[in-house]
Structures are given as structure tokens and as C-alpha cells.
Design a protein around this ligand. Structure first.
Ligand code: ATP
Ligand code: ATP
Ligand code: MG
Ligand code: MG
Ligand code: MG
Ligand code: MG
Ligand code: MG
Length: 257
């Protein structure tokens, strides 16, 4: 104890390096389940899309919205991933990347564990799931929308592929054979060949989940003591096309300054 008495805290601190996210840019925090290929097998997820698992992911996202109501404006989720959009002006943790990512990812993960039994009442959580996270800054709203379009296109392509894959497996092919027959195949053609009624699939599987505040404008609430607080309304989860401009035109306040 005596020896460390003369270590100056500023000196030890000087090794800490805060990487701050660029000011005035949209921050996207994307989390993704670690080894969920295995996790989903061990927990017997329905393939290719387990609705319970997707709803559990959505529920964890609501918890994150409620924890950061001033900062998070939108989220998009599919499979074992979710992207959270923080508004350009946010000063959450002074925009320190590691603080923002770890706070969101750990809250999401602990909520996933706590709410597991609500969505999987008859199956035990066999080991603790984990999620990784990253933050990316997007300098313009146009690029942010391109980012979101990219995720939704990915959802569509993966879902087409997985739907064909599991259809082939269900028809008696081995996983290897199914994979072989889809190699380089045109998925749209395959879907027709296999007589899959793709557009009859639940819309959540086709379009993923978009989460945002259900509000026109922030409402300023005055309580009896004259204190005012902002109400952020309710969080809503919708399964909609966010690639075209229609959604953004209908909801100008989401990405509005
Ligand atoms: P990594 O740790 O690199 O992310 P991963 O195994 O999680 O590896 P991903 O590319 O993230 O790989 O893919 C997630 C996998 O989890 C999917 O391929 C799918 O098998 C499974 N999965 C996730 N959500 C669901 C779901 N709702 N229903 C069925 N399977 C799911
Ligand atoms: P922040 O979110 O900024 O970290 P904080 O409230 O977590 O805020 P810390 O500086 O991390 O503040 O301090 C953690 C606090 O948690 C301690 O001050 C103490 O009150 C409490 N705490 C943590 N662990 C224990 C423990 N084992 N026993 C009693 N109190 C604890
Ligand atoms: Mg990953
Ligand atoms: Mg994953
Ligand atoms: Mg993934
Ligand atoms: Mg502490
Ligand atoms: Mg603390």
C-alpha cells in the first residue's frame, strides 16, 4: 500500500484512451448474437424463422428504448441482430464509443436472459447468450438511410435463401445437398421451382422489425409541482418497407432534426 501511495492518478489515467464518436453524425450501434447458429440449434429454434426468438429480440429493444428515450430514435432488427440509431445531437456519455456500446449491449443481453421464459416458457435457457456490438457514424441522413436499406436487403436475401434451404431439407435432402443445390442459384427462380408461396410468409420474416416512438411531436408534460418533463409516447414495432422513401415521408419526425 505504501508503494502505490505515490502513484499519481493522473498518470495512470493517462493511459486511458476514450475514442469519441464524431460530433453531429448519426450513431448506429449494431449488436449481433455471438455464435447464434449454435445457440439457435441448442435451443431448438424453429427454422428458418423462430417467431418467439424474434419477438424476444424486439422486446429487448423496447427495454433499450425506454432506458435511452432522449437518444435513440429508431432501430431495425432481423435474425440475431439489431441496429440502434442515436440522433445526431446526442451527447450520451459524451459520445464515448465504448461507454455507449457497452451500456446498450449489456442492457439488451440482460433483458434477453430475464425475458427468455416469457417467450420460451417450455424450454430452459441452457447457457448465457452474449452479443457483440460496434458503433459506426454516418455523416448524412441519406447515408444513414442507405445503411438501413442495406440491412433490410440483407434480411430479404437471407430469408429467401433460408426459406429455400429449409424447404429442401424438409423435402428429404441433406443439409449438404440443400447447400449444393442453392450454390449460385437465382433465389427468385428457386422459390418458384419449389412452389414456395413466399409472400404468404409472416411479414416480420420478410421485412424485419422497425422500432420507433409512436408520436407526432414530443409532448411537454407539466406535473402538479410545475416541473416539466418530456413524454416520448409509446414505442411501436412495425414490419414495413424502409428502403423506399414512403415510410420516411410519412414519419418525418423520426430522422428530423
Ligand atoms: P457470429 O458470432 O459471427 O455472429 P452466428 O452463428 O451468430 O455467428 P450470424 O451470421 O449472426 O452467425 O447468424 C445468426 C444465426 O442464428 C442464423 O444463421 C440463424 O441460424 C440463427 N438464428 C438467429 N435468429 C434466429 C431465429 N429467430 N430463428 C431461427 N434461427 C435464428
Ligand atoms: P455510473 O453509472 O456512473 O457508474 P454508479 O452509481 O454505478 O454510476 P460508481 O462510481 O460506478 O457509480 O459506483 C458504484 C456504486 O455502487 C458505489 O458507489 C456503491 O454505492 C455501489 N456498489 C457497488 N458495488 C457494491 C457492493 N458490492 N456493495 C455495496 N455497494 C456497492
Ligand atoms: Mg457477429
Ligand atoms: Mg450472430
Ligand atoms: Mg447475425
Ligand atoms: Mg464503478
Ligand atoms: Mg457504475
Amino acid at each position: 500500500v505504501e508503494e502505490i501511495d505515490n502513484v499519481k492518478p493522473e498518470y495512470v489515467r493517462s493511459f486511458e484512451f476514450d475514442s469519441k464518436l464524431m460530433p453531429s453524425t448519426w450513431i448506429v450501434v449494431r449488436l449481433d448474437g455471438c455464435h447464434f447458429h449454435r445457440f439457435s440449434e441448442i435451443h431448438e429454434f424453429v427454422k428458418p424463422n423462430d417467431e418467439r426468438a424474434l419477438k424476444l429480440m424486439n422486446s429487448c429493444t423496447l427495454a433499450v428504448f425506454e432506458e435511452f428515450p432522449q437518444d435513440i430514435v429508431f432501430a431495425y432488427g432481423v435474425s440475431d441482430e439489431y441496429s440502434f440509431i442515436l440522433k445526431r445531437t446526442t451527447d450520451l456519455y459524451q459520445r464515448r464509443a465504448s461507454k455507449i456500446i457497452s451500456a446498450i449491449v449489456s442492457l439488451f443481453t440482460s433483458t434477453y436472459v430475464m425475458r427468455w421464459k416469457d417467450y420460451f416458457p417450455h424450454s430452459e435457457l441452457k447457457y448465457p447468450p452474449s452479443f457483440d456490438g460496434r458503433a459506426v457514424c454516418y455523416p448524412s441522413t441519406e447515408i444513414l438511410k442507405d445503411y438501413l436499406s442495406w440491412r433490410q436487403v440483407d434480411c430479404h436475401i437471407n430469408n429467401q435463401y433460408n426459406t429455400c434451404f429449409w424447404n429442401l431439407v424438409a423435402s428429404g435432402k441433406s443439409k449438404r445437398e440443400a447447400q449444393q443445390s442453392l450454390k449460385g442459384a437465382q433465389l427468385q427462380k428457386k422459390i418458384e421451382e419449389l412452389a414456395i408461396d413466399y409472400y404468404k410468409l409472416p411479414i416480420m420474416f420478410q421485412l424485419g422489425s422497425s422500432v420507433f416512438w409512436d408520436r407526432v411531436d414530443n409532448v411537454l408534460i407539466h406535473d402538479e409541482n410545475g416541473k416539466s418533463s418530456e413524454s416520448y409516447g409509446k414505442v411501436t414495432v412495425e414490419h414495413i418497407d424502409i428502403i423506399g422513401s414512403a415510410f420516411w415521408l410519412e414519419h418525418p419526425s423520426i430522422l428530423g432534426e
